[in-house]
Design a protein around this ligand. Structure first.
Ligand SMILES: [Zn+2]
Ligand SMILES: [Zn+2]
Length: 180
């Protein structure tokens, strides 16, 4: 498949698979990209506002797409973009909190939990119940392709030090983050 240049990091890392309609995600720099930067900016602002205030939904994102983009659209794109952008934002906040010196002592580990949704991701399902150190970010285990992000209903649950000591005594092991 032909690769083309990311408008943000300039790496030749993008393929059509990295896009949902007019909005894409660069697997190299982990930024949202678009040939319609103003549309992208509006959508990112909507999601940021929604994260801050709890107001706003995927319908607003779909309205933006519909109003401003001349390309054909899929009615699921608004929902998918909203979900992916919000997930990434929350995950960033969680990842920062987890490595906070006060938190990491009490919660040194987190556990992956998979969700059986209608578009299950086989690799994610295999991670169910696995343990990772707090220094490993959920999003890096999840992966950064549109497919990894879009179909993901997985979550991460912090495990406290007492529980972890008990689990370790029962044979629980930490996973390593594999380079893929
Ligand atoms: Zn990039
Ligand atoms: Zn998942």
């Amino acid at each position: 498949m032909d690769k083309f240049q990311c408008p943000k990091c300039f790496a030749p890392s993008l393929t059509p698979r990295d896009f949902l309609g007019p909005i894409g995600f660069c697997p190299s720099c982990h930024q949202w990209v678009s040939a319609y930067p103003e549309l992208l900016q509006r959508i990112e602002q909507l999601v940021e506002g929604s994260q801050r205030t709890g107001v706003g939904s995927h319908c607003d994102v779909f309205d933006c797409l519909e109003a401003e983009c001349p390309d054909p659209k899929n009615s699921e794109y608004g929902f998918d973009l909203f979900h992916m952008m919000l997930m990434n934002r929350y995950s960033q906040i969680h990842a920062r909190e987890r490595v906070d010196p006060d938190v990491v002592e009490s919660f040194p580990v987190w556990r992956w939990s998979s969700l059986h949704n209608e578009r299950p991701n086989a690799r994610h399902m295999k991670l169910d119940g696995k343990y990772f150190p707090a220094s490993v970010r959920f999003v890096d285990v999840r992966g950064w392709t549109i497919r990894d992000m879009r179909d993901c209903g997985c979550g991460s649950t912090p495990v406290c030090i007492d529980d972890w000591n008990l689990l370790k005594s029962e044979g629980a092991k930490l996973e390593r983050l594999r380079k893929r």
